[in-house]
Design a protein around this ligand. Structure first.
Ligand SMILES: Cc1ncc(COP(=O)(O)O)c(C=O)c1O
Length: 415
């Protein structure tokens, strides 16, 4: 039963801690690689760095850099590193945000301000995006009074650029390329899309919330990914989450702009009240210094070599899983998935019935609705589970096939 009121008497921390450990008992065992999303675990040492750095600065407020020059320094360091990794030139700039959704909302808001500045914003202004793009773009559009048109694509976004050029019109303000997209793990053709957006003067945002801190290291390791970041002419903004493959504490992302003028469109500057000028760079007011400090500490703790080592583990584990899954009769991957995320389905069995069985075996499963499929964001924590996962998957397929079982649950909820 949830509490309905504050207890009269306080309780000692040790007792509360015990209580919280008990509350945790049904949570998914992410250390053991049982969850395909939500957690990016790079090991206990990295976790300790993030936790201690977070604790050191959790009371400080990143809203007030004048009061906490330490946080200003750390934030600038993190942004400088991100800009360097993600191909920003001398004019690039960015902001530290609470997560991918905030980064995306800010980019859409900046795009809308630009559209207004060039006299093109109207009630018909819209985003025209591949259907695999994250709902954060719809959330941003709802908040800003814009509309979204999603165009259907195949899992690999083949022909995406053609679709875009066929469907855009004078009211198309913005489009998106995902690196990778959440449903399929595939990377959209950024350069092809950028060519269209340059020609029609449309804002292109690269949503690298998942891949932003994995793809640069994959590339250093020899992956043949085409350029996809701020290096591509026409990419105006980019979101990359530190709390995903940056392996830092939750509440950390960056939104970057190829040009500082676009970053400055993000500012909220208000002076019409008694207290004086109120200027914020992001959506939030008070921001925990903890998230900034943890990001700074983890990035400096891992360094390029640490991130490369983790990227190697992720890529090798993803490739092993892909190989093993593709060997199951009737199973295939949904497109080319070159980073950490994979998605697969079966032409022989009801994949959601298989998912039910996997859940019964203690796996937390992430389903994709269209087409029905399962997906997984591979992290170093999955290194040790490949054999068990594939064995359970094979057993589940056999069980469902032998009994002709249909799925007990067809609804797909995405968090
Ligand atoms: C591609 C993509 N974009 C944006 C987001 C939103 O990020 P957040 O949940 O940190 O707000 C996610 C989250 O999984 C994502 O996968």
């Amino acid at each position: 039963m949830p509490s309905r009121a504050l207890p009269e008497q306080g309780t000692d921390w040790n007792a509360l801690r015990e209580q919280m450990l008990t509350m945790r008992i049904d949570d998914i065992d992410w250390r053991a690689g049982r969850t395909p999303l939500h957690i990016y675990f790079a090991g206990d040492e990295v976790l300790k760095v993030a936790r201690e750095a977070y604790g050191m600065f959790m009371s400080e407020n990143a809203l007030a850099p004048a009061a906490f020059p330490s946080l200003r320094q750390m934030e600038q360091d993190v942004l400088g590193i991100a800009i360097d990794l993600l191909g920003g030139g001398v004019h690039a700039a960015g902001s530290f945000t609470s997560g991918g959704t905030e980064s995306i909302i800010l980019a859409v808001r900046s795009a809308a301000k630009w559209f207004a500045d060039v006299g093109r914003l109207s009630s018909r202004s819209h985003l025209l995006i591949p259907e695999s793009a994250h709902p954060a773009f719809d959330k941003a559009s709802e908040l800003l009074g814009l509309s979204v048109r999603r165009y259907p694509i195949d899992a690999s976004c083949r022909g995406c650029a053609t679709r875009l050029s066929e469907q855009l019109d004078a009211d198309t303000m913005m489009t998106v390329a995902s690196v990778p997209c959440l449903p399929f793990g595939t990377v959209d053709p950024v350069a092809e899309i950028a060519e269209i957006t340059r020609r029609h003067d449309i804002w292109l945002h690269v949503d690298a919330c998942i891949g932003g801190f994995l793809a640069p290291f994959a590339k250093m390791l020899g992956s043949d990914l085409a350029d996809w970041d701020l290096r591509v002419p026409g990419v105006r903004s980019l979101s990359a989450d530190l709390h995903k493959y940056g392996y830092t504490a939750k509440g950390a992302s960056v939104v970057l702009y190829a040009n500082v003028d676009d970053r400055n469109r993000q500012f909220f500057d208000f002076d019409e009240w008694p207290k004086g000028r109120y200027l914020t760079e992001t959506l939030t007011g008070t921001r925990s210094g903890g998230a900034v400090a943890a990001a700074w500490a983890v990035m400096h703790h891992l360094g390029t070599n640490g991130y490369k080592t983790l990227a190697r583990r992720v890529i090798d584990t993803r490739a092993r899983l892909q190989r093993e899954i593709a060997l199951i009769p009737g199973f295939h991957l949904l497109g080319v998935q070159p980073l950490g995320l994979l998605a697969f389905t079966s032409s022989h069995v009801d994949i959601f019935a298989v998912a039910d069985q996997m859940e019964d075996k203690g796996w937390y499963i992430s389903r994709v609705g269209r087409p029905p499929a399962l997906q997984m964001t591979v992290t170093p924590a999955h290194e040790g589970i490949v054999d068990a996962y594939v064995r359970d998957l094979r057993e589940s397929v056999q069980f469902v096939t032998d009994r002709g079982i249909a799925s007990r649950n067809r609804s797909v909820v995405t968090y």
